[in-house]
Design a protein. Structure first.
Length: 457
């Protein structure tokens, strides 16, 4: 049998794997990383997916399974025999296993209970402890597979302990020092351990100033703390300061990707609970229609405003031609500010207490933008229409719209955060809708004020 090397074209790889016999397939899959299989996984039908998952080693199958969505994991596990499914699940890290079993409970509760009877009781006990935490908090992210030692142990004793314990640990680069009750007292790096004398006690070389997080810390905050301190792993403690688990960088990277995707979807008024690549037209319609209908209904307010000033437009028809430009500018300015503020709030560069400083900054910025856009608008109308009053009205309108859009774009994210709503919802469509209505009201009020002589003529 020829050896399959990577990198390789996914289509070619799929063809070659499909041609292998049942006896040849396990050896070929052993030479591939699960990430390579994932590249063409969604081009396979259910039968082909089941064939590969059944033939792969439990370790490879488990890693591939962990990269799929909750619903996909549940569907795939249903295609395997119960002993094979249990064999694969036993290879998952405890935190990943907890997530998979929770997904299975949600999508196939009848099969979940039967499958659990094939799992090791100790494994289930660990999983049950983890499922007691919110999946979007540190307790739901952590794994209980860590190395803990006592301050009274010598370096030589710890090294001997590591040779036995390390296969079951998520990471051994950092060891955590606990007392008899399991309370966290310090941290010791593997590097420090290796360069210390064998007779040195752990308490003499550990760092007692260890940074930890509680089990109820939100996953976004966990990611931010690890980024701030440049950690690859962080310990998790309960209310009594007892060490209960660790969160590793791979889990945090998943959180960052998940939160970024969620924010991008919300900023575009798109559904957050959808996988676009695998979603069909009908599902996309159902998920997106609700948001779009809400926006359409809210945008009927612009129709009501224009209708209220219909007589003004009838008397000076050219005013209607500038409506898209004016409200478009307001939406663009507001969305730009909101995007910057939302991002700063998300990464904790800004807090609620920073609102006044942001407001002062945006008042100045909005004024400068308004004057620049207003001057442009006035000059444009004077050159192409030669109507001074209309030019002045449009210039003043542009100043006020730009200024107001800056204030709205800077303020709404803070208001949403204050009431516990994701500030990302304020961006793009939300700001645009608000500024369409506000911009039109500003426009027509300025027009009535400035062009009153023309309207009375």
């Amino acid at each position: 049998m020829s050896t399959i090397h990577t990198p390789i074209d996914p289509d070619e790889l799929r063809t070659r794997l499909s041609a292998l016999s049942r006896e040849e397939l396990p050896g070929a899959l052993a030479e591939l990383r699960p990430q390579v299989l994932l590249e063409f996984w969604y081009d396979l039908d259910e039968g082909e997916q089941e064939r590969l998952l059944s033939a792969a080693s439990p370790e490879t199958a488990a890693e591939l399974l962990s990269m799929l969505s909750d619903e996909e994991q549940s569907e795939l596990l249903q295609t395997l025999t119960l002993p094979r499914a249990a064999e694969v699940l036993e290879e998952l890290d405890p935190d990943d296993l907890a997530d998979t079993l929770q997904a299975l409970d949600a999508h196939h509760p009848e099969g979940s209970g039967e499958l659990k009877t094939f799992l090791d009781p100790e494994t289930l006990a660990v999983v049950d402890a983890l499922t007691g935490y919110d999946e979007e908090e540190a307790g739901g992210l952590m794994t209980p597979e860590f190395i803990s030692v006592r301050a009274t142990m010598t370096v030589q004793q710890v090294l001997a302990f590591l040779r036995k314990a390390s296969p079951d640990a998520e990471t051994i680069y950092y060891l955590y020092v606990v007392d008899r009750e399991g309370r966290l007292k310090g941290v010791l790096s593997l590097r420090q351990l290796l360069i210390s004398s064998p007779d040195t006690r752990v308490g003499d070389v550990m760092d007692p100033d260890v940074i930890s997080i509680g089990t109820n810390v939100d996953q976004e905050e966990v990611a931010q703390i690890m980024a701030d301190y440049d950690f690859s792993v962080i310990p998790v403690v309960d209310e009594e300061e007892r060490l209960v688990g660790i969160v590793t960088i791979d889990d945090v990277l998943d959180v960052v990707a998940e939160e970024a995707t969620e924010d991008i979807h919300r900023m575009g008024a798109a559904p957050v609970d959808i996988d676009y690549v695998r979603a069909g037209p009908w599902l996309l319609f159902k998920k997106r229609a609700s948001w779009l209908v809400l926006l359409v209904v809210s945008m009927t307010l612009t129709f009501n405003v224009i209708s209220a000033y219909e007589q003004v437009i009838e008397e000076i028809v050219i005013l209607a031609a500038f409506i898209p430009l004016l409200i478009g500018t307001g939406g663009n300015v507001g969305s730009q500010v909101a995007t910057l503020v939302v991002r700063a709030l998300a990464v904790r560069d800004l807090e609620l207490r920073d609102y006044l400083s942001v407001l002062r900054k945006e008042i100045m910025t909005g004024t400068l933008l308004g004057v620049a856009f207003g001057a442009f608008m006035t000059g444009y109308v004077l050159i192409f229409r030669a109507e001074p009053l209309i030019a002045v009205a449009l210039g003043i309108t542009m100043v006020l719209i730009s200024f107001t859009a800056n204030l709205v774009g800077a303020t709404l994210p803070f208001i949403f955060r204050r009431f516990g709503i994701d500030p990302a919802l304020t961006s793009s469509p939300g700001i645009t809708t608000v500024m369409d209505v506000v911009g039109l009201l500003i426009y027509f009020q300025v027009v009535i004020w400035i062009l009153n002589p023309l309207l009375e003529a």
